[in-house]
Design a protein around this ligand. Structure first.
Ligand code: PMP
Length: 442
């Protein structure tokens, strides 16, 4: 028996022993295509020599220096690099060890920003029903993932939630995209007004929804509308780019494509690309300026913030993305992947939607295409697809979500940016076989 508390307490997963490029090998000798980058993490694939070399160099120089005593050149360089690519006004970075920590940090930084101005009464965040912001108590509280929240609900702060921007399920037949978008913005405005704008700290959203729905992009103008409402009511817009950020959608930040600058952006996953656990919060300069001129410090901190080896890995990831022009490649390969998914599933009776941005794509499975009714939850189709895919040595990221009583089965595909078009064809071919096999199982 394993002494590890694994995700499933009933089954020990395969043992990964080596990984290179888009492949991971297990102890039984199976070689899997990592078509989901783990959970949209491994953007450069595995074993990238430049990242490994940068980590080795940093370990030789200085593996660790606590941030209550020191900064490091590598952390400063990484912050400079991220700021140089960030949306307008973002000028400060706080490093953490992962996505949940990044969201916790963003929530606390946002709260302290108002406390420093004497606005102690601001205690509320608003979020969307379809969202995942992490598993720690603050991040879980703002997230909308019902089944994850349920056992811990009594421990969580109260968070008003609004509808997600989920065109496939949300837009009425008689609504234009503009009308649908405006209705969502009206609902958000209503939530701000009902909560009392003077009590609201900020609105949290994933620019492209990841784990709770599978690569759901916003409608055009949605985030411009969000930005306008946040400005109008004096609240912060916190973008959770933990999954969709760091180049995954073809631009460094997904929100760039919506032409909006958030107040705070949480990133992780693709930042360290799986080589090291690292996340970050990027902040508008004005937020940190208020703290600088107020109490003089951010009342937060973790032992491993700005870990030099993690920063070295993340900096090398950025350098490889730049040198190899990988953002353009993500956009190009993303179009190929979309086309291939369209060919494989476009007329499939049980695939209702194919969506995403860049190399962040998903299919949504439905029992009945015209009504968009999902399969019953008891069928656990997403889990069956995952199992069938693993039998075909393919790692994809299927999820079963529950949104407003509607549940859906989604499969997220988030391959490494280095995947060739041949690799993508192989991924889509194996996925198509896996979906057929899973559908045959009752
Ligand atoms: N936010 C988003 C959008 C995520 O997708 C995730 C992880 N799936 C998190 C936060 C939490 O990140 P972590 O698992 O690194 O704590």
């Amino acid at each position: 028996m394993s002494h590890i508390i694994h995700r499933s307490l009933r089954q020990v997963p395969p043992v990964a022993v080596s990984a290179k490029g888009i492949f991971i090998r297990d102890s039984e000798g199976n070689t899997y295509i990592d078509a989901s980058g783990g959970a949209a993490v491994s953007s450069l694939g595995h074993g990238h020599p430049d990242v490994l070399a940068a980590m080795h160099r940093q370990i030789d120089h200085c593996a660790y220096a606590h941030t209550s005593f020191f900064t490091t050149e590598v952390a400063e360089a990484l912050a400079d690099k991220l700021v140089s690519k960030a949306p307008q006004g973002i000028s400060q970075v706080y490093f953490v060890s992962g996505g949940s920590e990044a969201m916790e940090t963003a929530l606390k930084l946002a709260r302290q920003y108002f406390v420093e101005a004497g606005e102690e009464q601001r205690t509320m965040f608003i979020s969307r029903r379809q969202s995942y912001h992490g598993n720690t108590l603050g991040a879980l509280a703002v997230g909308g993932n019902e089944w994850r929240r349920k056992p811990f609900a009594p421990l969580l702060m109260e968070v008003p939630r609004v509808s997600p921007c989920y065109e496939y399920r949300g837009r009425g037949e008689d609504q234009t995209v503009e009308e649908y978008t405006q209705a969502l913005l009206d609902e958000l405005e209503d939530a701000i007004v009902r909560t009392g704008p003077e009590k609201v700290i900020g609105f949290c959203a994933e620019p492209v929804v990841g784990a709770t729905g599978g690569a759901i992009p916003p409608t055009p103008g949605y985030f411009r509308g969000v930005r306008k409402l946040c400005d109008q009511y004096g609240i912060l817009f916190i973008a959770d780019e933990v999954m969709c950020g760091m180049g995954r959608t073809g631009t460094m930040f997904a929100i760039e494509q919506d032409e909006v600058a958030p107040d705070l952006i949480a990133v992780a996953k693709g930042l360290g690309a799986g080589y090291q656990p690292i996340g970050a919060v990027l902040a508008q300069g004005a937020i940190v300026e208020r703290l600088r001129h107020g109490s003089g410090s951010f009342l937060h901190g973790h032992t491993y913030i700005g870990h030099p080896v993690a920063c070295a890995a993340a900096l090398a990831v950025q350098q490889v993305i730049e040198r190899d022009n990988l953002l353009a490649q993500v956009a190009r390969r993303g179009s190929s992947l979309r086309r291939m998914l369209g060919e494989a599933f476009g007329n499939h009776p049980h695939v209702g939607d194919i969506r995403g941005r860049g190399l962040f794509m998903a299919i949504e499975l439905v029992h009945d295409r015209p009504t968009r009714n999902p399969f019953p939850a008891s069928r656990k189709l997403h889990a069956k697809i995952k199992a069938e895919a693993m039998m075909r040595s393919l790692m994809v990221y299927p999820m079963g979500g529950t949104i407003d009583g509607q549940r859906g089965d989604h499969v997220l595909i988030a391959p490494p940016f280095i995947a060739s078009t041949g690799d993508l064809a192989e991924i889509v071919g194996r996925l198509a076989e896996s979906v057929e096999a899973a559908l045959r199982l009752k």
